[in-house]
Design a protein around this ligand. Sequence first.
Ligand code: DP6
Length: 385
Amino acid sequence: MADQEIYRASTYAPVNIAVIKYWGKRDTKLNLPTNSSLSVTLSQDDLRTHTTASCSPAFPADTLTLNGSPQDISGARTQACLRELRHLRQSVEEQDPNTPKLSTMKLNITSGNNFPTAAGLASSAAGFAALVRAIADLYHLPATPTELSRIARQGSGSACRSLFGGYVAWQQGTHPDGSDSLAYEVAPASHWPDMRAVILVASAEKKDVSSTAGMQQTVATSALFQHRAENVVPQRIKAMEAAVHGRDFAAFAQLTTRDSNNFHACCADTDPPIFYMNDTSRAAVRMCEAINSSAGEVVCAYTFDAGPNAVVYYLAEHEDVVAGTFKALLGGLSGWEGKRGGAVKTAESVPEGMEVAGELLRRGVSSVILTGVGDGPRKTDQHLC
Ligand code: DP6
């Protein structure tokens, strides 16, 4: 029957890992940040959310399924995204009365991740970006990725950056309604395609303190954070954009590691203090510093989100010295098999004096993920339901 028709659209959306971090909201309802941020979108071949959005007059209720488990869809963030997208669809329907009234139908959304959910691997970013992109495609919305970023931001702040590939900034904006708090492309992946990352998975558990809760404790109690938001980040965003435009890895690396350290210092300055990094994370920091010293130049940069996993950025030309050193220590773990990992040449030695750090890494890292800069959401005909 025509009125029982099911309409579908599917998308893959990438993970992004910030190099200048978002931490702190000036408006918790709209997810308006206290500072701008900048990230690298990672390849969807390695990390991605696959989402199918469908709607039909036959569906009795809106539903959301993630990795096979039904999710609560009544949360304010998901509801805000659905409301905004339906509103845009209504405008399309008003302009052309022959367009099917999809905005009045219930939505069934089905998602799957190819990486551990909520392990500090930015799953909410890929998840909300995929949800917004898939529904926008289902609704044939004429909106640009920047316009959609305003909606995805309300799902999870960092999600607004996953609507683009390559190097992406989220400008904090000044308007109270959030209309100028949007993501934009600093440069596409093709501008600096040889950016690589090895992720050392130190825990695939759900995090202790969620980003949402943690950042508001920091805003409320840390004096160091005020300084970060007002004085440190604005200059770093400009410098990072210049580093990306100029493909200046040394500048990119220094800004990335310093910003990660500054963010975690603000977490430690929170009352009560928040610790996302652990002994394994600190061993990864020491190993990266040692790799850079023994190379005699900056060849890698570490960064940590709200969890202990290390994301180590490097250029393809330094794969053997950076990823190869970690492979020498962690060669038995999953993640090195397959075409990318298999091609990494194991370093003959690790830098001197790194025995303790090496042992901590061997004990604490459970798997590795090799990836690199990648493109933005991709439409697909592979439907999940
Ligand atoms: C440390 O985007 O997860 O990864 O807006 O509350 O959903 P909500 O927070 P979320 O925070 C991400 C924090 C971060 C830094 C970053 O990605 O910029």
